[in-house]
Design a protein. Structure first.
Length: 461
């Protein structure tokens, strides 16, 4: 008969948990990835207990040696998890006790899993977020490189997916760099929310030993100890901040993906995706599908759902710790893993994309993209804007009925719009983009200044 595994909390109970509850209660499949942070935090905690005279030096040396062995076993994949290992904290302490005996049972003095788990999670989040800043930079630099190569490539800009005004491709791509820069600010805010160390808060009310929380915080890379024990163990603000970053970034990446799906279609033909970032059809031999871009669209609602899921867990919870909080890492890890997949794939897709300025230029001809430029020309000649708008609208209607663009407007169409005898400006895409010379506009000088500013901004990340 198999012996019931030892539980960290078993003394209060006359028997072990039901199998169904044991499976529900266990978080090891999710939180086992925190093993590095858990071992590190335990070593720091044990050293502090020894310095404070709470543990003997012999116990401290045994614990540190045992934790080093456990760390190596976990790194090598030799660590054997056991029945009763509810979570990574339980597993590490159980194995430590197997190695060093009673010294391992003393490790948990002056801490709770409540302050231990959030400490591990914040350390993981802080370090992972910093690494993801570099993934963001990679995508931003790919966008900037393409923008700098296509300052003179002009394509239609769209509103309502209808051709609106010509824009430089560089300006269009740079828009996503500025989005990513705001995402980077949100990511930095999530890192800043990880500055207060919960360890030493205990289960909720602090601990009854003379612990040195300041040193522990600094050794674990925190700026300071958390000032309120109940808030420390019950707060998941840093996770919510990170998931807000992830959700908003997911929306931005989805919009970028939607652009590339449309641009790479045969109807538009503005870009050809590299084969390495597209896939084919199992039935249709001719297909080359923009699947990287489409998957970017699909991941956005998932990232938004991760944020909504965590906020749903948190809302209405009384202080301090509640078991509901065990689910926080489902959402955190899912979002982080999703972005780890998305960002390199989209950076590669953008960097290897072959844009087609000829197709873009052709799409700018023969239509009505210069309508606003003509209205602006009339305003500069003294017309009220609303009168100019009305006249140009009539001219567009007349030209559309004749199947010609504004630049080819015949005399009768001009007369029908009340513009006969009015000198017309150049109605080309080049003239249109160059007319927008204010900051943030599409004139060549404005776009070059924008790219310089964006490049400097990304370099400072």
């Amino acid at each position: 008969m198999t012996a019931e595994p030892e539980r960290l909390w078993g003394g209060r109970f006359s028997g072990g948990p039901a199998d169904a509850f044991d499976r529900l209660n266990a978080s090891l499949p999710v939180d086992r990835r925190l093993w590095r942070e858990d071992v590190r935090g335990s070593r720091v905690h044990a050293r502090m207990l020894c310095r404070q005279g709470i543990l003997s030096s012999d116990d401290g040396e045994a614990i540190d040696s045992g934790l080093q062995q456990i760390e190596q076993e976990l790194a090598d994949g030799d660590f054997r998890f056991a029945p009763g290992d509810e979570d990574i904290h339980t597993a590490v302490e159980r194995r430590l006790t197997e190695i060093v005996g009673d010294a391992g049972r003393r490790l948990h003095t002056a801490r709770s899993r409540n302050d231990q788990v959030i400490t591990d999670t914040l350390v993981w989040l802080r370090d992972h977020a910093r690494a993801q800043r570099e993934l963001l930079r990679g995508l931003a630099e790919a966008l900037l490189a393409q923008a700098e190569a296509h300052v003179d490539s002009i394509l239609p800009g769209y509103t309502h997916l209808q051709r609106a005004q010509p824009v430089r491709l560089a300006h269009h791509l740079a828009a996503y760099v500025w989005m990513l820069d705001r995402d980077r600010v949100r990511l930095d805010a999530a890192v800043a929310a990880c500055e207060e160390c919960p360890l030493g808060s205990g289960a909720l009310a602090g601990v009854g030993f003379p612990v040195d929380r300041e040193t522990v915080a600094h050794e674990l890379g925190f700026a300071r100890p958390a000032p309120n024990s109940m808030d420390a163990v019950g707060s998941r603000d840093a996770l919510a901040d990170y998931l807000h970053f992830a959700a908003q970034l997911g929306v931005h990446l989805s919009r970028l993906g939607a652009e590339f799906v449309w641009w790479s279609s045969e109807e538009a033909g503005f870009v050809v995706l590299d084969d390495a970032y597209a896939s084919g059809s199992s039935m249709l031999p001719q297909k080359k599908n923009p699947d990287a871009a489409e998957l970017a669209r699909a991941k956005a609602p998932r990232l938004v759902a991760d944020l909504a899921g965590l906020l749903g867990v948190l809302h209405g919870l009384p202080l301090a710790y509640n078991k509901d909080l065990q689910d926080d890492k489902h959402y955190l890890f899912d979002a982080a893993d999703t972005l780890d997949l998305l960002l390199p794939a989209l950076a590669g897709m953008v960097a290897t994309a072959a844009f087609r300025p000829d197709r873009m230029a052709a799409a700018c001809r023969g239509g009505f993209l210069a309508a606003t430029d003509l209205a602006d020309h009339l305003v500069r000649a003294g017309w009220p804007f609303r009168r100019a708008h009305e006249a140009v609208g009539r001219l567009v209607r007349a030209c559309a009925a004749r199947g010609v663009g504004l630049e080819d407007a015949p005399a009768d169409a001009l007369a029908e719009a009340g513009l006969d005898g009015v000198p017309l400006p150049p109605l080309t895409a080049e003239a249109s983009v160059e007319a927008k010379a204010s900051v943030g506009g599409t004139a060549r000088a404005a776009v070059l200044a924008e790219l310089d500013a964006a490049r400097a901004r990304v370099a400072a990340w």
